[in-house]
Design a protein around this ligand. Sequence first.
Ligand SMILES: [Fe+2]
Ligand SMILES: [Fe+2]
Length: 310
Amino acid sequence: MIQLGRYAPATRVIAHISDTHFLGGERPLYGAVDTDSNLALALEQLERSGANPEAIVITGDLADLAEPDAYERLKAQFEPVAKRLGAQIIWVMGNHDERPEFSSAFFGAESTEPLDRVYHVGGLRIIALDSTVPGYHHGDLSPEQLDWLRAELTTPAPEGTLIALHHPPIPTPIELMAIIELQHQDAFADVIRGTDVRGILAGHLHYSTSGTFAGVPVSVASATCYAIDNSGGPGNLVGRDSGQAFNLVHVYEDSVVHTIVPMTRAPQVSGFSGVVLDVLAKMTPEERLEAFSNKHSTFNVADAEASGGS
Ligand SMILES: [Fe+2]
Ligand SMILES: [Fe+2]
C-alpha cells in the first residue's frame, strides 16, 4: 500500500462476511440460490482485492438449517483462502445456526452454551458474541453473557476492541425484521458505553447498513447468499439473488472504515491499472496533483473523452 494522501496505511485489515446460509447436500437455498458459488465469488473477490486481511469475521447464519455437511463445506471454502492470506477465521453464531453442530464443526467439541470467544489480531481485540436464542430467530444476550463481557472489557486492548455479533443493535426499516431484532439492548449499551469498543460488526439483515449504538459505530454486512431489497414496497420483505456484498474493515489509529464490496461478475467499464499508480507514485506531490487532479491533465481529458466529452 503506497501512501499518496493524508492517511498512512491501515494498521489492521479485517474481512467481514455474513449470512452464507449453506444447506446440506449443496441444495440451493429456496430452490434458487447457489450459496456455494456465491460465497466462492466473494472469496475470489477478497483474494483479488489484495486487502490481505489478518482476520475473516463471519457474522452468523453460516448454515441455513445447521446441517453438519453445510458446515464442512463452509470450512472447505474458507480455510484454504484464510491459509493463503495468513488470516485467522472468526466464526460467529447466527439464528439459523445451532450451537451443538456449530461448535462441533468449528471448535472441535459439542456445546449448548453461548459460543462467545475473544480473539487478538495484534493489539486489536475482537470479541465474538453469540446473540442467538435456541429455538428462536430473534436475538438476546443473557445477564451472564453481559457480565462476562463487562469483565472482559475491564482491561482495554492496546488497539481497542471490535465486537462481532449476528443481531445488529440498530433499527431497521423492514418491519418484519424488527420482530426478530436483538432484545435487551439497553443492558448491552450499558456494558459497552465508556469502554475501548471502537466498532460493532453484525449481519442478519441481508443488506448493508450502518448506524451507532451507545456512541459506537455499527456496521452490518449484507449476505453472500441473497440480499434483501429495500425497495420491495411497504410491509414487504423481498429477498433477491442479487445485490449481495461483503465488507472490508480498515482499522486506523483514530478511525475504523467499513467498505462495502458488491459481489459482481459485471464487466469493468472504467478505471486505471496499477501501472498508472506506479507512474504517479514516482512523482512529487505537486506533480501528482497536476497529473491526476487537474481537469485538463492527460488522465482526465482521456477519461472525459471516453464518455463522449471533450
Ligand atoms: Fe441470515
Ligand atoms: Fe439471521
